[in-house]
Each structure stands twice: as structure tokens, then as C-alpha cells.
Design a protein around this ligand. Structure first.
Ligand code: HC0
Ligand code: SF4
Length: 558
């Protein structure tokens, strides 16, 4: 093994691309604004500077490790250097921290505190807020941008969208869509990954909590909430519990205490999606038409396909997303309620805010999903209400839609939709077949996965991708004829909904905890297959009779 010396301690080098990764592995939390292991190295912020034994300064993010190298991360010179960088950034930054959406989660705020910045030696040249509120998913304020380029790189390198880029030079330099257009007029798909990586308040998730509080306090309105699969494993950490811990019962209890009238689980909607999508898939396999079938539950993917691959729209499943299917069922159920009913969806996702506003999902001027709030917004509401989440007793969701299957819960992680559909279409309903399906390659957080299964005497080929860049590369191969599939699951966010931009941000390994949390929920569920969920059967025999097409399907090509 090879070592380098970091602050007098030997640390092993194990294939790291840069000394920053080695230093962090060695237990030193080197500060950065512009470094993410998933993105290319930009080296702009210079906060990660270190000294070698000759006193030469290096940016750790762009210096490869060498055996025997001796590095110091915390010298008087380095401290001075970092403070200078922070003061320069702050001299050009708004200081209204208390009213900023990013308050408490801002990297600039955090590092200013950590490095003890008490005053800024330069006069403040920050301009006024420069807002772009055109998108339903994200809100931009150019005046808070520190030019780290994280958003630009994630949008281009991970999502293959490239909706934003650096514009102008010198002191006018900023990040903006081309021609300074409002972001809503661009090819942005609303995935929110730019907001997830933005260290300051320059790009944040749109906050819709004020309207929801208002609805909750209105006695003439019945507020019905559905909670997405991934939310239950994304919320605990910030509320004093473990990362990835399944806290569904506590979320239900907290929502009731906040004054919400009824609470349901989007996984129940996912069970409907499994039946509809599996049916559609089997039909297409038999007819041999419109294959591969692409999944349709990720709205950022649907938007991406619409904008970039209109020719593929007929291959995309006509199934509404679980959120929309369930909302349609709920609105139908309460059609004759004497109170006005609003359906709220708590989602790990920013693109769901856009999906809810699509014209396909508005009937007679009323949306099926009236409000979408992100996991982060729910956390804020729980804190605002003063609910001590770690001490609240878990409660069950409401009847009559109170049961879900494990298949519906694993939707929140990449490969989950596919696994749920395979459970549905495989003839073998034994316990051992469930295990066998889990080991076919559908699980894991890799960006591209492949598997196949035997169905009705033929081999069915399946691909699972997350991250739109991975999707784009797969599409290219399919269209060139290099790859051939029957079923393709696409989720825009790398790792699936558990890493959605509406969730508290976790880089690195934390996502495995979230994934494990969902598979654990599946293991603990006494219903494993969507078709065994009694709620689903009751719906087909009742409320959905004659309305399956109207309530559960959509034609995005209209
Ligand atoms: Fe997902 Fe969904 S699984 S997209 O990732 O399909 O957002 O969690 O709610 O609709 O169920 C997000 C998560 C959902 C939907 C479900 C799907
Ligand atoms: Fe790019 Fe997604 Fe941000 Fe839109 S929301 S600018 S697509 S990263």
C-alpha cells in the first residue's frame, strides 16, 4: 500500500483522483464550494488550498496524490488565504441571511462561521436581488451566485441539459440561461439538481408552504395529503433521526398534528401504476409494437423526452405517474364532498411541481394535485409547527386507502419500478422467486443496469437508467441499433427519487442508507406484490369501473 502524510498522519492512497479525497478520507473536512466527486473538477473557489513540505500552495481538488507526499491543511498562511477568499465573496454578497431561503443550509454562511469571519475589510458591492421566478420548480437569484459553476456542471454533465452557463466576463460574469431568458423558456426539465448542489441561495427549490398553511387553516377545505415513497427515508436525518431511517409513521402523525385532514401513501398509487404499466407492457410484448416501453413516472424524464426526442413519445407508457393516478382516485372519491377538497403531494422531487401544473392534469380548471411540496418544505413545516419529530408516536395512514405493497414502496429507488413490474408479470408467485428477482441486477445505485427475464417463452430485455446523461447515452445506442430492449426505466435523478432535489442533499454514501431503508420497508411489508394489495382490487371493482382510462392514463402527445 501507498501512503501520503497529511498533517503528520499517514493516510493510505487507494486510487483517489486528487489529494482532496485523500485528505477527507483522513478525517479533515477541507472546505470547498465547487468540488463534487460526481462532477468534473473546476478548481475555481480555491478554498481547498493546502501546503506541501516546501511551502508551495496547491488546490487539493486538482492535485493528484503521490506516495510520500507531505501535506499541511491548516497553516497560518492557509487560514489567512481562506479568510481572504471568504471576505472577497462576502464583499459582493447580500447579507440578509435571516430572510434567505437558504438560511441554515448555506455553504457561504457555514464557512464564514467556521472561519470566524467577524468583519469584511472591503466595502459591500452586492447588487439588488435579481430574481427569476419563472420556473415552478426552482427560483434563481443571480445576486447570490458565487460563480462556483456547480449548477452549470450538474446540468450539463449529469443531466445532459445545459440550460444554464456562464455569461459575460469580468465583473459582469454570471450564470444564466442563454440570452438571459427566464429559465422556464429554456430546455430546463425542472429536475432541480442545480438547486441541490448550489452552495448559496442563488438557486433554490420553490417554496409553496405558505399557500398550504393557508389551506390547512381554512375550515371549509378538506386537505388530503399523499406522501411519496422516497420521502420516508429522506427526512429523518434533519429531524434528529438516522439517515435513511423509514419514518413514514411519524410523518403521518406530524401531518395530523399540523391539521391535515387525511393522509395517504403514494405507494398505493404506485401499486395502481404497476398493474396498468405491466398490462400495457404485456400487451406491447404480444403485439410487438412501440417497444421498448419507457416508464413515465419521472416528470423530468418525460419533459426531457418531449423536448429532445419527440419521436420517442409513443414509446413512453401512457400510465400517469403514481402521484397523478392516486390524486385522480382521491378527487373521484371525494367528488361529492360538501367541503372543497385539495390534494397535496409531498414529494422528493422538484419536477413534480411542474407535473402537477401540466394541462393534462387539470380538469375544468381544477388540478388533480393542488399543491406539491418537497421533503425539505415538509421539514420546514414540521419545525415551524414545533413538532418534536424524534419523540412523536408513529401513526398509520387513513382508510379506505390504507394498505400499500412493498412493490409500491421500492418505486423510490432506481430499479424499483422495474422490480415491481417483474413481480407482477412473473408467473412464479413463490417467496423464492421474489428473492431471485431481487438478484437479477435490478438493485444497486449504478447509473445504468441491465437485466433480462423469460416471459411467455421469450427473453425480455430490460435496462434501468438514472441520470439523464445516462439516459441520453442509452438512447443513442438504442437508436443506432447497438442495443435492443423491451423495457427501459428512466429516472432523472442519479439513484432515483431517494436522491431527488427536493430531499435534503446528500452527496456520497448516504444514498445507500436511503436505498436500504426502502428495501427494508419492502421486507417488512406483508404484501409484496401490487396485485395482492386489497385496496387496488377494491378500486378496480368499484371507483375505477369504466374510468380506468380517464383517471389512470394520459396522452402527452396531445
Ligand atoms: Fe418518486 Fe413516484 S417513486 S416518481 O421516484 O413512479 O417524486 O418517491 O412519488 O409519482 O410512487 C418521486 C418517489 C414518487 C410518483 C411513486 C413514481
Ligand atoms: Fe438544469 Fe435541472 Fe437545473 Fe433545469 S432544474 S437548470 S435541467 S439542473
Amino acid at each position: 500500500t501507498e501512503f501520503m502524510i497529511i498533517d503528520n498522519m499517514p493516510v493510505e492512497i487507494a486510487g483517489e483522483q486528487n489529494i482532496l479525497a485523500v485528505i477527507r478520507k483522513g478525517g479533515i473536512e477541507l472546505p470547498t464550494f465547487c468540488y463534487y466527486s460526481e462532477l468534473s473538477v473546476y478548481g475555481a473557489c480555491r478554498m481547498c488550498v493546502v501546503e506541501d513540505k516546501w511551502g508551495t500552495i496547491h488546490a487539493a481538488c486538482s492535485t493528484p496524490p503521490k506516495p510520500g507526499m507531505e501535506i499541511r491543511t491548516n497553516t497560518p498562511r492557509l487560514r489567512k488565504y481562506r479568510k481572504m477568499i471568504l471576505e472577497l465573496l462576502l464583499s459582493n454578497h447580500c447579507r440578509d441571511c435571516t430572510t434567505c431561503e437558504k438560511n441554515g443550509k448555506c455553504k457561504l454562511q457555514e464557512l464564514a462561521r467556521r472561519f470566524g469571519i467577524k468583519q469584511v475589510r472591503f466595502s459591500n458591492t452586492a447588487g439588488d436581488a435579481d430574481m427569476d421566478t419563472s420556473s415552478l420548480a426552482i427560483v434563481r437569484d443571480k445576486s447570490k451566485c458565487i460563480l462556483c459553476g456547480d449548477c452549470v456542471r450538474v446540468c450539463d454533465e449529469v443531466q445532459n441539459v445545459g440550460a444554464i452557463d456562464f455569461a459575460f466576463r469580468g465583473s459582469r460574469m454570471c450564470v444564466s440561461p442563454a440570452f438571459d431568458e427566464p429559465i422556464a423558456n429554456t430546455n430546463c426539465v425542472g429536475c432541480g439538481q442545480c438547486a441541490a448542489v448550489c452552495p448559496t441561495g442563488a438557486i433554490v427549490v420553490r417554496n409553496d408552504t405558505a399557500k398550504l398553511w393557508q389551506e390547512i387553516s381554512d375550515k371549509d377545505t378538506k386537505v388530503v395529503v399523499q406522501i411519496a415513497p422516497a420521502v420516508r427515508v429522506g427526512i429523518g436525518k434533519e429531524l434528529g433521526l438516522g439517515e435513511g431511517e423509514n419514518v413514514m409513521g411519524r410523518i403521518v402523525a406530524a401531518l395530523r398534528r399540523m391539521g391535515v385532514d387525511e393522509v395517504f401513501d403514494t405507494s398505493t398509487g404506485a401499486d395502481l401504476t404497476v398493474l396498468e404499466e405491466a398490462g400495457e407492457f404485456m400487451f406491447r410484448l404480444e403485439s410487438g409494437e412501440k417497444l421498448p416501453l419507457f416508464t413515465s413516472c419521472c416528470p423530468a424524464w418525460v419533459r426531457y423526452a418531449e423536448l429532445n426526442h419527440p419521436e420517442l413519445m409513443e414509446n413512453i407508457s401512457t400510465c400517469r405517474s403514481p402521484m397523478q393516478m392516486f390524486a385522480a382516485v382521491l378527487k373521484e372519491q371525494y367528488r361529492h364532498s360538501h367541503r372543497r377538497v385539495v390534494v397535496v403531494a409531498v414529494m422528493p422531487c422538484t419536477a413534480k411541481k411542474q407535473e402537477a401544473a401540466r394541462e393534462e392534469f387539470i380538469e375544468d380548471g381544477v388540478r388533480y394535485v393542488d399543491y406539491v411540496i418537497s421533503t425539505q418544505e415538509l421539514i420546514q413545516m414540521i419545525k415551524e409547527a414545533g413538532i418534536v419529530f424524534a419523540e412523536i408516536e408513529p401513526e398509520a395512514v387513513d382508510m379506505p386507502f390504507g394498505t400499500t405493497s412493498g412493490a409500491g414502496v421500492i418505486f423510490g429507488v432506481t430499479g424499483g419500478v422495474t422490480e415491481a413490474v417483474i413481480r407482477r408479470i412473473s408467473d412464479d408467485k413463490s417467496v423464492s422467486s421474489l428473492r431471485a428477482i431481487a438478484f437479477t441486477g435490478v438493485r444497486g445505485l449504478e447509473g445504468v443496469k441491465e437485466t433480462s427475464l423469460d416471459f411467455a417463452g421469450r427473453e425480455v430485455k430490460i435496462a434501468i437508467v438514472s441520470g439523464l446523461k445516462n439516459a441520453a447515452q442509452l438512447l443513442k445506442k438504442i437508436q443506432k441499433g447497438e442495443k435492443q430492449y423491451d423495457f427501459v426505466e428512466v429516472m432523472a435523478c442519479p439513484g432515483g427519487c431517494i436522491c431527488g432535489a427536493g430531499q435534503p442533499f446528500i452527496g456520497g454514501e448516504g444514498k445507500w442508507n436511503r436505498s436500504a431503508g426502502l428495501y427494508e420497508a419492502d421486507r417488512m411489508s406483508n404484501i409484496k406484490r401490487s396485485e395482492e394489495n386489497p385496496v387496488i382490487m377494491a378500486l378496480y371493482g368499484g371507483l375505477l369501473k369504466g374510468k380506468v382510462h380517464k383517471l389512470l392514463h394520459v396522452d402527452y402527445r396531445r
